[in-house]
Design a protein around this ligand. Structure first.
Ligand SMILES: Nc1ncnc2c1ncn2[C@@H]1O[C@H](COP(=O)(O)OP(=O)(O)OP(=O)(O)O)[C@@H](O)[C@H]1O
Ligand SMILES: [Mg+2]
Length: 326
């Protein structure tokens, strides 16, 4: 089997420098390396200006990299842009829809543009509208739809065509939670069918829910890449454990303080603790406490992706490069 059949997206030492006449060059990608496996939903996270959109634009052949290589389905984005375009579809940040056409006409036009046989277009459009919850708006002009729904039409459109690789740049921006649910479900379904999806989002909870693997990008490089469990395990705080008793007794605090806790606080009935999973077994701790006093209620929450994101990027003191766009 060829390498690209396992990893349809392969990026090696990718550099992109934007050069304008009236301004200093901006290094948007600075030696980025990455591979995305077939059928994977891969999330690019990072601050404004980290280089996420630039990477998607290089992979979509909209701009050429300064150096390094990028391949999509085994085709080099610089040497064979036409072949790359045949295997991708993309929702980019600035994606357009034909606002004076109805939802159905937008989908059909896109299908025709991508040479889907005429008789399949209607069928395909119906299935996409059902997946993305757009059926009731089929005859409405896009200009009359709300911002979130407009975005949903933009996203739905690219699923009219059967391409093995899909790029989604902040696809769910502006969608309410219900709208978003339908969109995320549809994206997941397309990945299940074997499509490879590379997306960016600023909604970390969405990335947690949707992505098989994640890369945190900063200043044009991947800071960390891995599955959710691996990335979460990088957090200093691994678990918060809150245990409620009928009443707090000094023996409870004494027992808890025998463990290496990152945090220990008590109220009149509740003990709040943070532990690193590698250092303390949550079960052993709960067991020991329950022998001192019956536990009425307990809650264990693991570190979120946001914890790791903020630890890695939040306190580094480097400003994002937002606002530098020309
Ligand atoms: N056309 C351009 N000309 C010059 N500089 C650009 C251009 N497009 C992007 N940049 C710069 O390249 C850097 C990376 O921008 P990019 O849009 O890739 O970031 P991003 O990670 O997508 O950010 P965001 O989360 O805000 O969408 C930024 O410093 C940006 O100002
Ligand atoms: Mg962007």
């Amino acid at each position: 089997m060829n390498l690209h059949e396992n990893s349809p997206i392969r990026v090696h030492d990718l550099v992109k420098v934007y050069r304008g006449k009236s301004r200093n060059p901006v290094k948007a990608l600075d030696g980025l390396n990455m591979e995305v496996a077939r059928g994977e939903i891969f999330g690019l996270l990072g601050r404004n200006g980290a280089g996420k959109t630039t990477l998607l634009r290089v992979l979509s052949t909209l701009i050429e990299p300064t150096s390094g290589t990028a391949e999509v389905c085994g085709r080099n984005v610089v040497k064979e842009p036409y072949r790359v375009r045949q295997s991708i579809c993309a929702v980019l940040q600035e994606n357009a829809v034909e606002v004076f056409l109805s939802v159905l006409d937008n989908l059909s036009t896109y299908g025709r543009f991508h040479s889907i046989p005429r008789r399949q277009i209607r069928e395909r459009a119906e299935s996409v509208m059902a997946q993305f919850g757009l059926e009731e708006y089929r005859h409405q002009k896009v200009i009359d739809l709300s911002g979130g729904l407009k975005r949903r039409v933009q996203v739905a459109k690219v699923f009219m065509v059967d391409k093995p690789v899909v790029f989604l740049d902040e696809a769910t921006t502006g969608m309410d939670p219900v709208n978003k649910r339908a969109t995320l479900d549809a994206i997941r379904e397309h990945a299940r069918q074997g499509r490879t999806i590379l997306l960016t989002t600023h909604i970390l909870q969405e990335a947690e829910e949707l992505c098989d693997r994640i890369a945190i990008v900063d200043q044009g490089r991947c800071l960390v890449t891995g599955d959710l469990a691996m990335i979460k395990s990088m957090a200093t705080r691994a678990y918060d454990i809150n245990v409620t008793f009928e009443r707090m007794r000094p023996e409870i605090l004494e027992t808890a303080s025998r463990y290496p806790l990152l945090k220990l606080r008590s109220t009149s009935t509740t003990l709040e603790m943070s532990v690193r999973g590698s250092e303390v077994s949550t079960f052993a701790l709960l067991d020991a406490l329950s022998h001192v006093e019956p536990i009425v209620h307990f809650e264990v929450t693991s570190a979120s992706l946001e914890d790791v994101f903020l630890e890695l990027l939040g306190t580094s003191g480097k400003e994002g490069r937002a606002g530098e766009k020309s």
